[in-house]
Design a protein around this ligand. Structure first.
Ligand code: GAL
Length: 455
């Protein structure tokens, strides 16, 4: 592994998945509060109202983070806890909560890595301004970001504007699987455009404020391996990666969308003005990567083990002209995601090459095991093996390929509200009993600690 000063081991969560306390201390409603209370949207009609009750139990959680031996904790701030209606008055009790959390982490020597937006848009902005379909939401985000920089920027030195804009755009406004649940072929491109501009405005505010620290973005990407060595399949894999990670990352590095997207989409893809290009270009000090799986990519649909476009490309497959498939030898997780550590190594290399060696943080990687029985769920050797094999692949990317990876954040600290899958899918290193809220570290918690200690 790269030298210890240069590399941080961490663990990640997101506000809406762990905090609960949905109606407390002045917090406003957000789109996932509304969505999770809409009949038929979430497995078992679970809601995120209580989740892990981290809002009240954060001290116990900080102890568990510290005992895990990680150097960093990635969490997100709930926008509606800070600005209940998204853009009006500041809720001091919300600021107080994150101050307690940040100070608690620092007291234990754990570095906070803060995401400003992990999908929980204040509901008022969705209702009044059409959410991310409107540039007004980008402006509101910039103000919210400034409030956070002012309140926490003296102690938080690592910021991410957004988590997985691909999901917000494609699942939120394409397939409608995620809040706000809209179905459209064109809206994902408009939503992504406003998210990118929001990123640019927030980074400008951060840099203009002369804070001492780094700011980046956490995008997700599954790897695409050409099914065969043909030129067509290699092009399919490359273009599919550009439509996935490149779409949301090229603009913040180069100030423009990938050329292949413009070619395929024409004026369905919004344009940046020259000023906006300037705003965006070079607006990430580092790139986050959330990575969970790999697929084969090809141009022909004569494939075995085809992966449905819903599962692979979230409905924008037609625009990409790519067919995805898998290998029958690949193990599959409870989410239906394939375990392919070498794909992770190749993914890291792809980012390193495309973005000229910009530092990378693996901001999420982990696996789900659906098992609600604490006695057997804590015996999660499969998760321990997953983490071992993926961190080995990362190690090869760093040591053998020279990729500049600065950190690895395991998803996730404890079982939590897994979006549309409710409490059914458990990704945690710690078992959370959603009746009693008791936390019990799993075997993978100790295995990950071991990996960290021996690195
Ligand atoms: C990511 C997301 C996390 C978590 C994880 C597992 O897409 O950022 O919030 O849910 O996937 O599905």
């Amino acid at each position: 592994m790269s030298s210890k000063e240069n590399f941080i081991w961490g663990v990640a969560t997101a506000a809406h998945q762990v905090e609960g306390a949905w109606l407390e201390d002045g917090k406003g409603l957000n789109i996932w509060d509304a969505y999770s209370h809409t009949p038929g949207k979430i497995t078992n009609e679970d809601t995120s109202a209580v989740a892990c009750d981290h809002y009240h139990r954060y001290e116990e959680d900080v102890d568990l983070i510290s005992d895990l031996g990680v150097g960093g904790y990635r969490f997100s701030i709930s926008w509606a806890r800070i600005l209940p209606d998204g853009k009006g008055a500041v809720n001091q009790k919300g600021i107080d909560f994150y101050n307690r959390l940040i100070d608690g982490l620092l007291a234990k020597g754990v570095t906070p890595f803060v995401t400003l937006y992990h999908w929980d848009l204040p509901l008022a902005l969705q209702m009044e301004d059409d959410g991310w379909l409107s540039y007004r939401t980008a402006e509101a985000f910039a103000r919210y970001a400034e409030v956070c920089f002012e309140a926490f920027g003296d102690r938080v030195k690592h910021w991410m504007t957004f988590n997985e804009n691909w999901c917000t755009a494609v699942l939120g406004n394409g397939t409608g699987l995620f809040a706000p649940g809209r179905v459209s072929d064109d809206e994902p491109y408009i939503v992504a455009h406003n998210l990118l501009l929001a990123h640019g405005l927030a980074v400008k505010a951060y840099r203009d404020g002369h804070y001492e620290g780094q700011i980046g973005i956490a995008n997700n990407c599954d790897f695409r391996e050409p099914l065969t060595d043909s030129d067509e399949d290699r092009a399919a894999a490359q273009e599919s990666l550009e439509f996935f990670y490149g779409w949301l990352t090229d603009p913040v590095v180069f100030g423009e969308y990938p050329a292949i997207m413009r070619e395929r989409l024409g004026d369905r893809l919004p344009e940046f003005t020259p000023e906006q290009k300037q705003l965006l270009k070079g607006s990430a000090d580092f790139l986050g990567l959330n990575h969970y799986t790999t697929h084969y990519a090809s141009r022909t649909d004569q494939v075995e083990n085809a992966v449905s476009s819903e599962d692979g490309n979230g409905g924008i497959s037609d625009d990409q002209q790519v067919v995805l498939s898998s290998d029958s030898d690949w193990p599959v997780t409870s989410m239906g995601w394939f375990v392919v550590p070498w794909g992770f190594r190749k993914m890291l290399n792809w980012i390193h090459e495309r973005y000229n060696g910009l530092p990378i943080y693996v901001t999420e990687n982990g696996t789900a095991l659906a098992n609600n029985d604490v006695e057997t769920a804590i015996d999660d050797t499969e998760r321990a093996e997953f983490i071992q094999s993926y961190t080995n692949a990362m190690k090869e990317a760093i040591e053998e390929d020279g990729v500049d990876v600065r950190g690895y954040f395991c998803w996730t600290l404890m079982d939590n509200f897994e979006w549309t899958r409710g409490y059914d899918m458990r990704f945690g290193l710690i078992f959370c009993d959603f009746e009693t809220l008791e936390r019990t570290p799993k075997a993978s918690y100790y295995a990950y600690r071991e990996i960290i200690q021996s690195s």
